[in-house]
Design a protein around this ligand. Structure first.
Ligand code: NAD
Length: 430
């Protein structure tokens, strides 16, 4: 099939490349001309394991191309996937300006029947909104479907090609058939429903997972107070099939480009319907508290952070990505800096700008350089390479002895052997 993908970010680039891998002819479009130029040269603008290989392979075999021109990609496309950003507006609702702009361009360039499939995470009712917008300029028949994306950054290529389900919210059988043909080679349940249910499914899923994380973090805080071990508690809970073991890892709370904005958007939707969602709002509050609690525990361990030096290991919101949007590491670094600490950081791939973090953060070349002269080290992202940190070397370059393992990644015997004051989430201090 001929497919156009509008928006070539984390979702658009991965889904475009993967659809080409499935045998479709895919043109990826972005308004960011610099990004498109880099892609045309074979340079991948994001860090995502396995992505470079499939982008290059499909560019070489002629199934994947990049452009900034709607006139190049919309005429003749059977499916047009919208994958533009839907960030939070200032009031927490969804900023729809990119979806609206893309819809208008699509309408202007349609030359025959096409299915416009919305992959972006969008408020309930967006399919109607996009339909109305395209109708303003389109002269050709079309259908709009909701096809929310469920991939996870860091595992995005695998997730796209091996999803647990594909959600298709279509208002016509013709559109549903086009979408099931598009994904015919992906062996998973296809949930075909109406557009509003599909749109809400995405928000409900993200809010549920975020709530599960907030819940286990609340249990972790209790564990710290009563001397219990959150990993054992979570294991005991997770083996109950009604609960399940996923998303029961206590840590620094949820972050990234999706959960924070999507959970907030659902809370705002409830508010706008005079139907406040207390569970969802509590999950948001607990998530904030989880960040603050880490800083407060550090303050206690150091006797205040004013004038102290803290090294943060990891800046990405999770491992295997360079995405630092709403990252716990960044929030904690900001808070420490606000409270008067000097903050340095190391991440294998992620970087933050002074505009994003509010000060000029020193990015060290490795964990030991970051820790040089530090009073405390905070392990903030679960990068695999941190599991094998040489704790003896780390301690030898530090001025202090506080090690906060925000991801419960290290071996406590190692920390103990190297005489750290070792703080973990939901576990006793050793
Ligand atoms: P992103 O910011 O990485 O990429 C969005 C891209 O859209 C940018 O390259 C931007 O230049 C481009 N763009 C903006 N306006 C455009 C326009 N009018 N025409 C063409 N291109 C335009 O965002 P993302 O992380 O890929 O997320 C995209 C959507 O997918 C969001 O709604 C997000 O919530 C959702 N989503 C993201 C993930 C994830 O893990 N990142 C997972 C599932 C769903």
């Amino acid at each position: 099939m001929r497919v156009a993908v509008i928006g070539t970010g984390y979702v658009g680039l991965v889904s475009g490349a993967c659809m080409a891998e499935l045998g479709h002819h895919v043109a990826c479009l972005d308004v960011d001309a610099g990004k498109i130029e880099r892609l045309k040269r074979g340079e991948i603008p994001i860090y995502e394991p396995g992505l470079e290989e499939i982008v290059k392979r499909n560019m070489e075999n002629g199934r994947l191309s990049f452009t900034t021109s709607f006139a190049d990609v919309i005429p003749g496309a059977e499916v047009v996937s919208i994958a533009v950003g839907t960030p939070s507006a200032e009031d927490g609702t969804v900023d729809m300006r990119y979806v609206d702009a893309a819809s208008q361009e699509i309408g202007r360039h349609l030359t025959g029947y096409a299915v416009i499939a919305n992959k972006s995470t969008v408020p309930v009712g967006t399919s109607e909104r996009v339909t109305a917008s395209i109708h303003e300029t389109a002269t050709q028949p079309f259908d709009v479907v909701s096809n929310p994306e469920t991939l996870r950054e860091g595992r995005a290529v695998y997730d796209f090609l091996h999803p647990s389900r594909i959600i298709i919210g279509a208002s016509s059988q013709r559109a549903a058939d086009v979408m099931t043909t598009l994904f015919a080679y992906i062996d998973c349940p296809k949930v075909v429903t109406d557009p509003r249910s599909a749109e809400l499914t995405k928000y409900a899923s993200n809010a549920f997972l975020a709530t599960k994380i907030s819940f286990i973090n609340e249990v972790a805080h209790i564990c710290e107070e009563v001397g219990a071990d959150v990993e054992d508690v979570a294991r005991g809970m997770g083996l109950d099939p009604r609960i399940g073991k996923d998303f029961l890892r206590a840590g620094l709370g949820w972050g990234g480009s999706c959960f924070p904005k999507d959970v907030l958007a659902l809370a705002k939707l409830g508010e706008s319907l005079s139907h406040p969602l207390p569970v969802v709002n509590a999950a948001i509050r607990t998530n904030r508290l989880t960040r603050t609690r880490v800083v407060e525990r550090l303050e206690k361990a150091l006797g205040g952070v004013q004038g102290k030096t803290v090294a943060i290991l990891g800046l990405a919101f999770k491992d295997n990505t360079d995405d630092t949007r709403e990252s716990a590491a960044v929030d904690i670094a900001k808070e420490l800096w606000k409270r008067g600490a000097t903050v340095r950081a190391y991440d294998p791939v992620a970087r933050v700008s002074p505009e994003q973090i509010g000060f000029d953060l020193v990015h060290a070349a490795d964990p030991y350089e970051a820790a040089k002269g530090a009073d405390a080290v905070v392990l903030a992202t679960e990068w695999e390479e941190f599991r094998t940190l040489d704790l003896g070397k780390l301690k030898s370059v530090m001025a202090g002895d506080v090690l906060m393992d925000g991801r419960n990644l290290l071996k406590s015997q190692d920390a103990l052997a190297n005489k750290f004051t070792y703080l973990r989430v939901g576990k006793k201090v050793v």
